[in-house]
Design a protein around this ligand. Structure first.
Ligand code: ADP
Ligand code: MG
Length: 339
């Protein structure tokens, strides 16, 4: 998704170097750089939030999650490229101030779609949500009250990687889940204020768990001891900005942050590169290299269905970051899974 030039970019006369040709390709052209990339969908600056929701396959992803699949959508790109805008819409200043409905992001649209389906299913679905962030390789709960504290990330044979003691909140209405998102994001932003704009320095993961209660069998049939049920997940990932990845000269806190983002985004890129190889040539996938890849192991690996949204700025000043994002996305595109 190419965002529009911002006011600042327009004012200082930045050139547009990214153009969508309208056939699923995006063309980057600058003085000595010329490259065309093809994707399953390309959204230009004029694309509305609605268009992105309908054209990206997000609706189908929600339906697959209801059907019991592990679905993930992640937004990737440098800081300021539109990741949060795409997922959540423009950020409002206060909790009471709501974004215009037309500007709501993929998350709120997915919640609405999910609850619509739930209601039409006669409420046989049980929904719950958890909301975490990974900051400096520490996992924190964004839903539990009180100051953020680090939670341990564990592995078990039955559950795979999981976060111990993470809060999972049941919800039945659009209002409740919208509030949870709002509160969690607020918590992420409040600490961001104190901690050097860390919201763009942290990865945020909101996961919806969808359990469906199976219908009881008629009385005259033999009753199984446990009822079969489906359990799907829908995970939204707002990744930290990628731009400081190469910057190793920074000092102190920034350097620690940069190294951690560096490590996790590189680990993610590495896993994606290995997963993109033909199945027979795949080697061991090093999910354990970072907390991010551990938490995303299920969605990246064999059984998940993943939608990746690469967010880019059209400005000439962002050229090298834009190219690196597009290369990253091209690699991700080659990953195949067996959901
Ligand atoms: P990121 O989360 O990648 O750091 P943001 O989502 O915060 O970036 O976007 C940066 C700025 O650009 C914000 O002010 C946001 O409102 C604006 N913006 C991003 N994408 C769009 C878009 N598609 N249309 C209009 N404004 C956008
Ligand atoms: Mg953001």
């Amino acid at each position: 998704r190419v965002r529009p030039l911002t006011c600042t970019e327009t004012r200082r006369g930045d050139q547009r170097v990214v153009h969508s040709l309208g056939d699923g390709t995006v063309h980057v052209s600058a003085a000595r750089q010329n490259a065309t990339f093809g994707f399953s969908a390309v959204f230009d600056a004029g694309a509305s939030q609605e268009t992105v929701f309908e054209g990206s396959g997000m609706r189908q992803l929600v339906e697959l999650a209801i059907d019991g699949f592990s679905c993930t959508v992640f937004a990737f790109g440098q800081t300021g490229s539109g990741k949060t805008y795409t997922l959540m819409g423009p950020l409002t200043q206060t909790q009471t101030q709501l974004a215009a409905p037309g500007l709501l992001g993929l998350m709120q649209r997915s919640f609405a779609c999910l609850l619509e389906q739930t209601q039409s299913c006669g409420s046989d679905l049980v929904l719950s949500a958890s909301y975490l962030e990974i900051y400096n390789e520490q996992v924190r709960d964004l839903l539990s009250p009180g100051p953020p504290c680090a939670l341990p990330l564990r592995w078990s044979k039955t559950r795979g990687f999981y976060v111990e003691n993470q809060l999972s909140v049941d919800f039945e209405s659009l209002e409740t889940i919208a509030n949870l998102l709002q509160q969690g994001s607020q918590r992420r932003r409040t600490s961001a204020h104190a901690l050097n704009r860390h919201s763009s320095r942290s990865h945020a993961l909101l996961t919806i768990h969808i359990r469906s209660r199976a219908h009881h069998l008629p009385m005259w049939l033999p009753q199984p001891s446990t009822y079969p049920s489906k359990q799907g997940t829908l995970c939204f990932v707002d990744l930290a900005g990628s731009e400081r990845v190469k910057e190793t000269g920074s000092s102190g806190e920034l350097s620690v942050e940069a190294n951690n983002i560096n490590r996790s985004l590189l680990a993610l890129g590495h896993c994606i590169s290995l997963l993109a190889k033909p199945r027979g040539k795949r080697t061991h996938i090093p999910y354990r290299d970072s907390k991010l890849t551990r938490l995303l192991a299920r969605s990246l690996g064999d059984s998940g269905i993943t939608l990746m949204i690469a967010c880019i700025s059209p400005s000439s000043r962002c050229l090298s970051e834009t190219l690196s994002t597009l290369h990253y996305a091209s690699r991700a595109q080659r990953v195949t899974t067996r959901p």
